[in-house]
Design a protein around this ligand. Structure first.
Ligand code: ATP
Length: 548
């Protein structure tokens, strides 16, 4: 029951996001494009504030002279902005070209395509007829979907659904095919009417391909849109070292677009085909890398809390050994209980990975694979490296200890769009507030952290006369020099408060009759609804103070 509420809660969040101009479907007037989203006037401000908070807290505002709690030593931070299209060899050596794929499965009947690891199913039988019913729905919607499918398959009326016999609970299709308990020929696809229409799973590369140059046509012109921002940082590791006087330990940060041709984009912006990442590659001495890994895991976890994400909805999940990428020494995901997920399920916001020297070594020597516990250059049938590295020396000489080594890398990799979605979901509240006459009125409010809020304040003259607008406009101009704010004189003050609550504006400043007598205004707090009188000349400093 509760989850049904959560799904409808998610629907209301999506509808608010559209109605108030946070997020629109891309190319909507042409019917939209699945997996692509645009940020509207309020959304762009929210997303920009989120990225700027990240950049400020991780990079620009970082104090490299002090030792942060949990850090082994002080460290430096710097940044980059790299291209989306890079030399194709980057992706061959990084492993994305060979490995960056999902298994997908097609339905011959419905022509729909599914991610193999997203399909679940269970056995259903009715009067001797038996079928494995597959669903692509997740969470609480999955089981009812299989009931609906089975009812149709067996040709039953609604009141006959209780006659269907079910065997066990929903299980992943891939695992059931692997252990032989299910064959695809006996499976009823999520959108099919007949069993046996699902094809064998096939690999599908998630990188978008493009061609470089006007005469593009042969294989050498093939290029890819980056599926992560990290590789641009490795490409410039030596440039940064040679030009910026940084020394290990140090981090390079980048925010930028990434592209993945996701097979089943879904859950609003959670799984998009074009999205933004906020990534740090942190280079450290191999012996200290485990301590740095723990430091970054905890630092990134605390960052989400510092911006107000509800602790009880966040989860830090350390990967089990068998889940780790072949190069990874340790990985933790920071996950959020999004409302579109079933009870107890969490979706990844950020991964923090200890990547050892995998990346720098690959770009020196060639694509690496693990063999007998060691990373070795993968060779082709001719015994030569399958994908050759750059041959450039990317090792580091430590002046203090007179040692040369290939630094180890800790990578906190976050998604800006997923973070925006988590903050939106977390901030969304429905409550009741007294209106001007003291009667309870239901309101929708986004309790966004003031640093993230698109607008920090609204300046409202109580009425459009008696000199109030002039005083309000003057205050608006003074405040606008310091923070995004808006002037609004349209409609009743209650309606104007409601509009600001929906936009997540933390403070409203109202100019009324008393202002003209004693130079004070009403400061209304979005979350507590407390109204206090503040001298008009103190407003700017007071709000600036609160934003810090
Ligand atoms: P998932 O398993 O959900 O596909 P991933 O483990 O492949 O994610 P990473 O490669 O670790 O993701 O990417 C780092 C971050 O980039 C993720 O934590 C997420 O916030 C973001 N991200 C990855 N894929 C997408 C996507 N399709 N849409 C939006 N954000 C994404």
């Amino acid at each position: 029951m509760e989850k049904q509420n959560d799904q409808s809660r998610m629907d209301r969040i999506v509808s608010l996001a559209k109605r108030r101009g946070f997020i629109f479907q891309s190319s909507e007037i042409y019917g939209g494009l699945n997996g692509f989203w645009d940020y509207g006037p309020l959304g762009v401000a929210l997303k920009r504030n989120l990225k700027e908070s990240w950049w400020h807290d991780m990079v620009a505002g970082h104090d490299e002279l002090s030792t942060l709690p949990g850090a082994p030593t002080p460290y430096e931070m710097t940044g980059l902005d790299c291209t989306i299209i890079m030399h194709p060899q980057v992706w061959k050596v990084s492993g994305h070209f060979d490995l960056f794929h999902d298994w997908m499965i097609d339905c011959r009947e419905s022509k729909r395509r599914y991610r193999y690891d997203h399909l679940h199913g269970r056995w259903a039988s009715h009067r001797g007829k038996k079928v494995f019913v597959v669903t692509d729905q997740s969470g609480e919607e999955a089981a009812p979907h299989t009931v609906q499918k089975a009812q149709k398959f067996f040709g039953l009326r609604a009141k006959q659904v209780d006659e269907i016999e079910w065997e066990g609970t929903l299980v992943p299709l891939a695992a059931s095919v692997a252990d032989g308990s299910v064959t695809l020929s006996g499976a009823l696809g999520p959108d099919a009417g007949e069993a046996g229409t699902l094809t064998e799973p096939r690999e599908f590369n998630l990188m978008f391909e493009t061609r470089i140059g006007a005469l593009a046509g042969n294989d050498d012109d093939r290029a890819f849109l980056r599926p992560e921002t990290a590789q641009g940082i490795f490409m410039n590791f030596k440039n940064v070292l040679d030009t910026s006087r940084v020394s290990v330990p140090f981090g390079i940060a980048q925010i930028g677009k990434s592209f993945r041709n996701e097979i089943t984009p879904r859950n609003f912006t959670f799984r998009s085909r074009e999205f933004e990442q906020m990534e740090i590659e942190f280079f450290c001495k191999p012996a200290d890398s485990a301590a740095w890994y723990r430091f970054w895991r905890d630092r990134r976890w605390n960052w989400y809390l510092s911006l107000g994400l509800t602790a009880g909805k966040l989860q830090l999940r350390e990967h089990h050994a068998d889940e780790l990428s072949h190069y990874s020494v340790g990985t933790a995901d920071i996950e959020y209980a999004f409302p579109f997920l079933a009870e107890g399920e969490f979706g990844e916001l950020e991964g923090i990975a200890h990547r050892g020297d995998f990346d720098l070594r690959s770009h020196m020597e060639g694509k690496l694979v693990r063999q007998n516990g060691q990373l070795v250059v993968e060779t082709g049938p001719d015994g030569k490296p399958r994908h050759r590295g750059s041959g450039k020396d990317l090792s580091y000489f430590d002046d203090a200890t007179r040692e040369r080594y290939v630094p180890h890398v800790i990578e906190p990799s976050a998604g800006a769009d997923r973070a925006v979605l988590a903050f939106l979901c977390d901030a969304y509240h429905e409550d009741e507030v007294p209106d001007e006459d003291g009667k309870p009125r239901s309101r929708t409010v986004l309790k966004l952290h003031p640093r993230l809020a698109p607008l920090k304040a609204a300046i409202l003259p109580l009425v459009k006369k008696d000199g109030m607008p002039e005083v309000a406009i003057d205050l608006y101009r003074r405040l606008k020099a310091h923070m995004p704010c808006m002037y609004d004189e349209k409609g009743s003050v209650g309606r104007r408060y409601a509009r600001q609550d929906e936009a997540g504006t933390p403070w409203c400043l109202t100019i009324d009759g008393q202002t003209l007598n004693d130079q004070t205004v009403t400061l209304r707090d979005r979350d507590t609804l407390v109204q206090t009188r503040v001298p008009i000349d103190a407003c700017v400093d007071m709000l600036r103070e609160r934003l810090h």
